[in-house]
Design a protein around this ligand. Structure first.
Ligand code: NAP
Ligand code: F7E
Length: 323
Protein backbone atom coordinates (compact mmCIF):
# COMPACT_ATOMS: atom_id res chain seq x y z
CA UNK A 1 0.00 0.00 0.00
CA UNK A 2 1.34 3.42 -0.96
CA UNK A 3 1.68 5.87 1.89
CA UNK A 4 -0.41 9.04 1.67
CA UNK A 5 1.08 12.49 2.33
CA UNK A 6 -0.77 15.79 2.60
CA UNK A 7 1.34 18.89 1.91
CA UNK A 8 0.12 22.40 2.62
CA UNK A 9 2.08 24.94 0.56
CA UNK A 10 2.67 22.36 -2.17
CA UNK A 11 3.04 25.10 -4.82
CA UNK A 12 5.88 26.80 -2.89
CA UNK A 13 9.60 26.17 -3.19
CA UNK A 14 9.81 23.50 -0.48
CA UNK A 15 6.41 22.02 -1.31
CA UNK A 16 7.55 21.35 -4.87
CA UNK A 17 10.83 19.66 -3.88
CA UNK A 18 9.15 17.69 -1.10
CA UNK A 19 6.35 16.51 -3.40
CA UNK A 20 8.98 15.29 -5.89
CA UNK A 21 10.89 13.48 -3.13
CA UNK A 22 7.73 11.76 -1.86
CA UNK A 23 6.46 10.84 -5.34
CA UNK A 24 9.87 9.30 -6.09
CA UNK A 25 9.48 7.24 -2.91
CA UNK A 26 6.08 5.98 -4.10
CA UNK A 27 3.82 8.15 -1.93
CA UNK A 28 0.41 9.33 -3.05
CA UNK A 29 0.74 13.10 -2.65
CA UNK A 30 -2.16 15.42 -1.87
CA UNK A 31 -1.69 19.17 -1.90
CA UNK A 32 -3.84 21.78 -0.17
CA UNK A 33 -4.04 24.77 -2.51
CA UNK A 34 -5.72 28.08 -1.87
CA UNK A 35 -7.76 29.62 -4.68
CA UNK A 36 -5.71 32.26 -6.52
CA UNK A 37 -6.62 34.39 -9.56
CA UNK A 38 -3.51 33.24 -11.44
CA UNK A 39 -1.84 29.86 -11.92
CA UNK A 40 0.68 29.16 -9.13
CA UNK A 41 1.91 25.76 -10.30
CA UNK A 42 5.04 26.88 -12.22
CA UNK A 43 7.40 25.12 -9.81
CA UNK A 44 5.51 21.83 -10.04
CA UNK A 45 5.59 22.14 -13.82
CA UNK A 46 9.35 22.84 -13.80
CA UNK A 47 9.84 19.62 -11.84
CA UNK A 48 7.43 17.77 -14.18
CA UNK A 49 5.10 16.64 -11.35
CA UNK A 50 2.06 18.94 -11.66
CA UNK A 51 -0.18 16.15 -12.94
CA UNK A 52 1.00 13.66 -10.29
CA UNK A 53 -0.43 15.58 -7.34
CA UNK A 54 -4.01 15.38 -6.11
CA UNK A 55 -5.00 18.95 -5.34
CA UNK A 56 -7.56 19.74 -2.64
CA UNK A 57 -8.84 23.29 -2.60
CA UNK A 58 -8.57 25.00 0.76
CA UNK A 59 -6.96 27.72 2.80
CA UNK A 60 -5.05 27.29 6.05
CA UNK A 61 -7.09 30.13 7.55
CA UNK A 62 -10.29 28.16 6.85
CA UNK A 63 -10.49 25.39 9.45
CA UNK A 64 -13.34 23.62 7.59
CA UNK A 65 -11.27 23.25 4.46
CA UNK A 66 -8.27 21.99 6.43
CA UNK A 67 -10.47 19.36 8.12
CA UNK A 68 -11.87 18.31 4.77
CA UNK A 69 -8.36 17.94 3.35
CA UNK A 70 -7.28 15.71 6.23
CA UNK A 71 -10.42 13.56 6.00
CA UNK A 72 -10.18 13.25 2.21
CA UNK A 73 -6.45 12.49 1.96
CA UNK A 74 -6.28 10.00 4.88
CA UNK A 75 -2.65 10.99 5.36
CA UNK A 76 0.10 8.95 6.97
CA UNK A 77 2.12 12.15 7.00
CA UNK A 78 1.12 15.82 6.99
CA UNK A 79 3.69 18.49 6.09
CA UNK A 80 2.56 21.99 7.04
CA UNK A 81 4.61 24.19 4.71
CA UNK A 82 1.92 26.73 3.77
CA UNK A 83 2.68 30.26 4.99
CA UNK A 84 3.03 33.92 4.18
CA UNK A 85 6.77 33.30 4.13
CA UNK A 86 8.26 36.65 3.11
CA UNK A 87 9.59 38.44 6.20
CA UNK A 88 9.41 41.87 4.50
CA UNK A 89 5.67 41.52 3.80
CA UNK A 90 4.96 40.52 7.37
CA UNK A 91 5.15 44.19 8.44
CA UNK A 92 2.63 45.09 5.71
CA UNK A 93 0.29 42.16 6.49
CA UNK A 94 0.94 41.43 10.17
CA UNK A 95 -2.51 40.04 10.98
CA UNK A 96 -2.77 37.77 7.91
CA UNK A 97 0.74 36.55 8.69
CA UNK A 98 -0.29 35.92 12.30
CA UNK A 99 -3.37 33.95 11.26
CA UNK A 100 -1.83 31.86 8.48
CA UNK A 101 1.64 31.27 9.96
CA UNK A 102 0.55 31.12 13.58
CA UNK A 103 -3.04 30.33 14.56
CA UNK A 104 -3.77 28.22 11.48
CA UNK A 105 -1.18 25.67 12.57
CA UNK A 106 -3.76 24.78 15.21
CA UNK A 107 -6.32 24.18 12.44
CA UNK A 108 -4.06 21.46 11.04
CA UNK A 109 -3.18 19.98 14.44
CA UNK A 110 -6.85 19.94 15.52
CA UNK A 111 -7.92 18.28 12.27
CA UNK A 112 -5.29 15.59 12.90
CA UNK A 113 -6.25 15.20 16.56
CA UNK A 114 -9.94 14.80 15.76
CA UNK A 115 -9.94 12.90 12.48
CA UNK A 116 -6.53 11.27 11.97
CA UNK A 117 -4.58 10.96 15.25
CA UNK A 118 -2.15 8.42 13.80
CA UNK A 119 -0.93 10.88 11.14
CA UNK A 120 2.60 12.15 11.62
CA UNK A 121 2.96 15.94 11.46
CA UNK A 122 5.78 18.24 10.32
CA UNK A 123 5.75 21.95 11.14
CA UNK A 124 7.87 24.34 9.04
CA UNK A 125 9.51 26.36 11.79
CA UNK A 126 12.30 28.79 11.09
CA UNK A 127 15.59 30.31 12.20
CA UNK A 128 13.74 33.67 12.16
CA UNK A 129 12.51 32.64 15.63
CA UNK A 130 16.10 33.21 16.87
CA UNK A 131 16.04 36.76 15.46
CA UNK A 132 18.19 38.81 17.82
CA UNK A 133 20.45 35.88 18.50
CA UNK A 134 21.06 34.77 22.09
CA UNK A 135 23.98 32.44 21.24
CA UNK A 136 26.67 32.62 18.57
CA UNK A 137 25.59 29.27 17.06
CA UNK A 138 21.89 28.54 17.38
CA UNK A 139 20.64 25.08 18.28
CA UNK A 140 17.44 23.50 19.67
CA UNK A 141 18.08 24.92 23.16
CA UNK A 142 18.88 28.51 22.15
CA UNK A 143 16.26 30.99 23.47
CA UNK A 144 14.08 32.65 20.83
CA UNK A 145 13.85 36.41 20.16
CA UNK A 146 11.90 37.00 16.93
CA UNK A 147 12.35 40.34 15.14
CA UNK A 148 9.39 40.44 12.72
CA UNK A 149 5.66 39.68 12.72
CA UNK A 150 6.66 36.62 10.66
CA UNK A 151 9.05 35.40 13.35
CA UNK A 152 6.49 36.04 16.08
CA UNK A 153 3.77 34.13 14.20
CA UNK A 154 6.10 31.21 13.52
CA UNK A 155 6.98 31.06 17.20
CA UNK A 156 3.30 30.38 17.96
CA UNK A 157 3.28 27.65 15.30
CA UNK A 158 6.37 26.09 16.83
CA UNK A 159 5.08 26.05 20.39
CA UNK A 160 1.59 24.82 19.50
CA UNK A 161 3.27 21.91 17.72
CA UNK A 162 5.30 21.11 20.83
CA UNK A 163 2.17 21.55 22.94
CA UNK A 164 0.02 19.17 20.87
CA UNK A 165 2.82 16.59 20.99
CA UNK A 166 2.96 16.86 24.78
CA UNK A 167 -0.80 17.24 25.38
CA UNK A 168 -2.19 14.63 22.97
CA UNK A 169 0.82 12.46 22.23
CA UNK A 170 0.69 13.33 18.54
CA UNK A 171 3.72 12.47 16.41
CA UNK A 172 4.35 16.17 15.75
CA UNK A 173 7.83 17.44 14.87
CA UNK A 174 9.11 20.94 14.29
CA UNK A 175 11.95 21.55 11.85
CA UNK A 176 13.79 24.78 12.68
CA UNK A 177 15.14 25.35 9.21
CA UNK A 178 17.69 28.02 8.37
CA UNK A 179 17.48 29.82 5.00
CA UNK A 180 17.37 27.45 2.06
CA UNK A 181 17.32 28.52 -1.54
CA UNK A 182 17.15 27.04 -5.04
CA UNK A 183 16.31 27.91 -8.63
CA UNK A 184 12.66 27.61 -7.47
CA UNK A 185 13.04 30.33 -4.82
CA UNK A 186 10.54 33.22 -5.03
CA UNK A 187 11.95 36.31 -6.75
CA UNK A 188 11.37 38.55 -3.71
CA UNK A 189 13.96 36.72 -1.57
CA UNK A 190 17.44 38.17 -1.75
CA UNK A 191 19.33 35.22 -3.28
CA UNK A 192 16.95 34.81 -6.21
CA UNK A 193 16.62 38.59 -6.62
CA UNK A 194 20.42 38.64 -7.01
CA UNK A 195 20.73 35.66 -9.38
CA UNK A 196 17.87 36.91 -11.58
CA UNK A 197 19.52 40.36 -11.76
CA UNK A 198 22.93 38.84 -12.52
CA UNK A 199 21.40 36.98 -15.47
CA UNK A 200 19.63 40.12 -16.73
CA UNK A 201 22.74 42.30 -16.35
CA UNK A 202 24.92 39.70 -18.09
CA UNK A 203 22.42 39.48 -20.97
CA UNK A 204 22.16 43.28 -21.28
CA UNK A 205 18.55 43.51 -20.03
CA UNK A 206 19.23 45.36 -16.76
CA UNK A 207 21.94 47.71 -15.52
CA UNK A 208 21.78 47.87 -11.73
CA UNK A 209 20.57 45.86 -8.76
CA UNK A 210 19.01 47.73 -5.83
CA UNK A 211 19.42 46.04 -2.43
CA UNK A 212 19.02 46.86 1.27
CA UNK A 213 21.28 45.67 4.09
CA UNK A 214 23.97 43.64 2.33
CA UNK A 215 25.91 43.15 5.59
CA UNK A 216 23.21 40.81 6.95
CA UNK A 217 24.54 37.26 7.32
CA UNK A 218 22.65 34.04 6.77
CA UNK A 219 23.29 30.30 7.01
CA UNK A 220 22.23 29.41 3.47
CA UNK A 221 21.62 25.87 2.21
CA UNK A 222 19.96 24.16 -0.75
CA UNK A 223 16.22 23.44 -0.50
CA UNK A 224 16.65 20.08 -2.25
CA UNK A 225 18.82 18.91 0.67
CA UNK A 226 16.49 20.36 3.32
CA UNK A 227 13.30 18.55 2.28
CA UNK A 228 15.10 15.25 2.97
CA UNK A 229 15.51 16.35 6.60
CA UNK A 230 11.74 17.00 6.81
CA UNK A 231 10.99 13.47 5.61
CA UNK A 232 13.59 11.91 7.92
CA UNK A 233 11.99 13.62 10.94
CA UNK A 234 8.72 11.83 10.25
CA UNK A 235 10.44 8.43 9.90
CA UNK A 236 11.73 8.52 13.52
CA UNK A 237 10.02 6.53 16.28
CA UNK A 238 9.78 9.66 18.44
CA UNK A 239 8.72 13.11 17.27
CA UNK A 240 11.15 15.88 18.16
CA UNK A 241 12.50 19.31 17.16
CA UNK A 242 15.55 19.72 14.96
CA UNK A 243 17.73 22.58 13.73
CA UNK A 244 18.50 22.13 10.03
CA UNK A 245 21.39 24.26 8.79
CA UNK A 246 24.78 24.11 7.09
CA UNK A 247 26.78 25.39 10.09
CA UNK A 248 28.33 28.15 7.94
CA UNK A 249 27.32 31.77 7.51
CA UNK A 250 27.94 34.37 4.78
CA UNK A 251 26.81 37.93 4.14
CA UNK A 252 24.47 39.08 1.39
CA UNK A 253 27.57 40.93 0.09
CA UNK A 254 29.53 37.62 -0.10
CA UNK A 255 26.60 35.96 -1.88
CA UNK A 256 26.43 38.83 -4.40
CA UNK A 257 30.16 38.63 -5.05
CA UNK A 258 29.87 34.90 -5.81
CA UNK A 259 26.91 35.39 -8.15
CA UNK A 260 28.47 38.22 -10.16
CA UNK A 261 31.86 36.45 -10.29
CA UNK A 262 30.14 33.40 -11.78
CA UNK A 263 29.48 35.41 -14.95
CA UNK A 264 32.76 37.36 -14.85
CA UNK A 265 31.33 40.59 -13.35
CA UNK A 266 32.09 42.62 -10.20
CA UNK A 267 29.07 43.24 -7.93
CA UNK A 268 30.48 46.65 -6.92
CA UNK A 269 29.90 47.91 -10.48
CA UNK A 270 26.17 47.11 -10.33
CA UNK A 271 24.78 46.98 -6.77
CA UNK A 272 23.10 50.16 -5.49
CA UNK A 273 22.05 50.43 -1.83
CA UNK A 274 18.41 51.50 -1.59
CA UNK A 275 16.88 52.39 1.81
CA UNK A 276 13.50 51.05 0.58
CA UNK A 277 14.79 47.52 1.14
CA UNK A 278 15.89 48.01 4.75
CA UNK A 279 13.60 46.42 7.34
CA UNK A 280 12.06 48.03 10.43
CA UNK A 281 13.99 45.51 12.56
CA UNK A 282 16.75 43.35 11.12
CA UNK A 283 18.10 39.90 11.87
CA UNK A 284 21.81 40.70 11.53
CA UNK A 285 23.30 37.23 11.62
CA UNK A 286 22.19 33.60 11.76
CA UNK A 287 24.41 30.55 12.14
CA UNK A 288 22.89 27.16 12.89
CA UNK A 289 24.33 24.18 14.70
CA UNK A 290 22.91 21.09 12.96
CA UNK A 291 24.68 18.56 15.24
CA UNK A 292 21.43 16.97 16.47
CA UNK A 293 20.08 16.45 12.93
CA UNK A 294 23.43 14.94 11.96
CA UNK A 295 23.49 12.63 14.98
CA UNK A 296 19.85 11.52 15.10
CA UNK A 297 18.69 11.77 11.49
CA UNK A 298 22.00 11.11 9.77
CA UNK A 299 21.37 14.30 7.80
CA UNK A 300 23.85 16.92 6.71
CA UNK A 301 23.83 19.63 4.06
CA UNK A 302 25.55 18.47 0.88
CA UNK A 303 25.54 21.64 -1.23
CA UNK A 304 27.98 24.52 -0.66
CA UNK A 305 26.96 28.15 -1.08
CA UNK A 306 29.19 28.44 -4.16
CA UNK A 307 27.48 25.39 -5.76
CA UNK A 308 24.04 26.73 -4.84
CA UNK A 309 24.73 30.18 -6.29
CA UNK A 310 26.14 28.66 -9.49
CA UNK A 311 23.02 26.47 -9.86
CA UNK A 312 20.72 29.47 -9.39
CA UNK A 313 22.62 31.79 -11.74
CA UNK A 314 22.68 29.10 -14.45
CA UNK A 315 18.92 28.52 -14.11
CA UNK A 316 18.23 32.27 -14.36
CA UNK A 317 20.50 32.64 -17.38
CA UNK A 318 18.44 29.91 -19.10
CA UNK A 319 15.14 31.52 -18.11
CA UNK A 320 16.10 35.07 -19.07
CA UNK A 321 17.57 34.04 -22.42
CA UNK A 322 14.28 32.29 -23.32
CA UNK A 323 12.15 35.41 -22.57
P1 NAP B 1 6.98 29.74 -0.32
O1 NAP B 1 7.74 29.39 -1.55
O2 NAP B 1 6.63 31.14 -0.06
O3 NAP B 1 5.65 28.84 -0.31
C1 NAP B 1 4.59 29.10 0.58
C2 NAP B 1 3.42 28.24 0.19
O4 NAP B 1 2.34 28.51 1.12
C3 NAP B 1 2.84 28.50 -1.21
O5 NAP B 1 2.47 27.27 -1.78
C4 NAP B 1 1.59 29.32 -0.91
O6 NAP B 1 0.59 29.18 -1.89
C5 NAP B 1 1.14 28.67 0.39
N1 NAP B 1 0.19 29.48 1.14
C6 NAP B 1 0.31 30.80 1.47
N2 NAP B 1 -0.78 31.21 2.16
C7 NAP B 1 -1.60 30.12 2.26
C8 NAP B 1 -2.87 29.93 2.83
N3 NAP B 1 -3.52 30.91 3.47
N4 NAP B 1 -3.45 28.70 2.73
C9 NAP B 1 -2.82 27.71 2.09
N5 NAP B 1 -1.59 27.83 1.52
C10 NAP B 1 -0.99 29.04 1.60
O7 NAP B 1 7.79 29.22 0.98
P2 NAP B 1 8.94 28.12 1.09
O8 NAP B 1 10.26 28.78 0.96
O9 NAP B 1 8.61 26.94 0.26
O10 NAP B 1 8.82 27.72 2.64
C11 NAP B 1 7.98 26.65 3.05
C12 NAP B 1 7.68 26.81 4.52
O11 NAP B 1 8.90 26.78 5.27
C13 NAP B 1 7.01 28.11 4.91
O12 NAP B 1 6.15 27.83 5.99
C14 NAP B 1 8.15 28.99 5.37
O13 NAP B 1 7.67 29.96 6.26
C15 NAP B 1 9.04 27.97 6.04
N6 NAP B 1 10.47 28.23 6.05
C16 NAP B 1 11.11 28.55 4.90
C17 NAP B 1 12.48 28.72 4.92
C18 NAP B 1 13.26 29.04 3.67
O14 NAP B 1 14.40 29.49 3.78
N7 NAP B 1 12.72 28.76 2.49
C19 NAP B 1 13.19 28.59 6.13
C20 NAP B 1 12.48 28.24 7.27
C21 NAP B 1 11.13 28.05 7.23
P3 NAP B 1 0.44 30.26 -3.11
O15 NAP B 1 1.57 29.97 -4.02
O16 NAP B 1 -0.88 29.93 -3.67
O17 NAP B 1 0.50 31.61 -2.46
O1 F7E C 1 16.46 38.21 3.31
C1 F7E C 1 18.65 41.17 3.37
C2 F7E C 1 17.44 41.14 4.31
O2 F7E C 1 14.21 38.00 2.27
C3 F7E C 1 17.74 37.79 3.70
C4 F7E C 1 12.46 33.26 4.37
O3 F7E C 1 12.50 32.06 3.65
O4 F7E C 1 14.51 32.76 5.49
C5 F7E C 1 13.86 33.72 4.69
O5 F7E C 1 13.81 34.97 5.36
C6 F7E C 1 18.55 39.00 4.17
C7 F7E C 1 17.81 39.93 5.15
O6 F7E C 1 15.18 36.08 3.63
C8 F7E C 1 17.55 42.76 0.32
O7 F7E C 1 17.35 42.36 5.03
C9 F7E C 1 19.23 42.95 1.70
O8 F7E C 1 18.68 40.30 6.17
O9 F7E C 1 16.09 36.55 1.42
P1 F7E C 1 15.43 37.22 2.57
P2 F7E C 1 14.92 36.11 5.21
O10 F7E C 1 14.31 37.38 5.64
O11 F7E C 1 16.18 35.68 5.88
C10 F7E C 1 13.88 32.48 6.74
C11 F7E C 1 14.68 31.39 7.44
C12 F7E C 1 12.44 32.20 6.62
O12 F7E C 1 11.87 31.45 7.41
C13 F7E C 1 11.68 33.04 5.66
O13 F7E C 1 10.44 32.40 5.32
O14 F7E C 1 18.85 39.80 3.05
N1 F7E C 1 18.42 41.94 2.15
N2 F7E C 1 18.70 43.46 0.58
C14 F7E C 1 17.39 41.80 1.32
N3 F7E C 1 16.36 40.94 1.35
C15 F7E C 1 15.45 41.02 0.33
N4 F7E C 1 14.42 40.16 0.31
N5 F7E C 1 15.56 41.97 -0.66
C16 F7E C 1 16.59 42.87 -0.72
O15 F7E C 1 16.69 43.70 -1.63
Amino acid sequence: MNKHALITGVTGQDGAYLAKLLLDKGYRVYGLVARRSTDTSWRLRELGIASDIEFIEGDLADACSVQRAVIKSRPDEVYNLGAQSFVGSSWDQPVTTGIVDGLAVTHVLEAIRQFSPESRFYQASTSEMFGLIQAERQDESTPFYPRSPYGVAKLYGHWITVNYRESFNLHASSGILFNHESPLRGIEFVTRKVTDAVARIKLGKQKELRLGNIDAKRDWGYAGDYVEAMWLMLQQDQADDYVVATGRTASVRDMCALAFEHVGLNYQDHVVIDPRFFRPAEVDVLLGNPAKAQRKLGWSARTTLAELVAMMVEADLRRVSKE
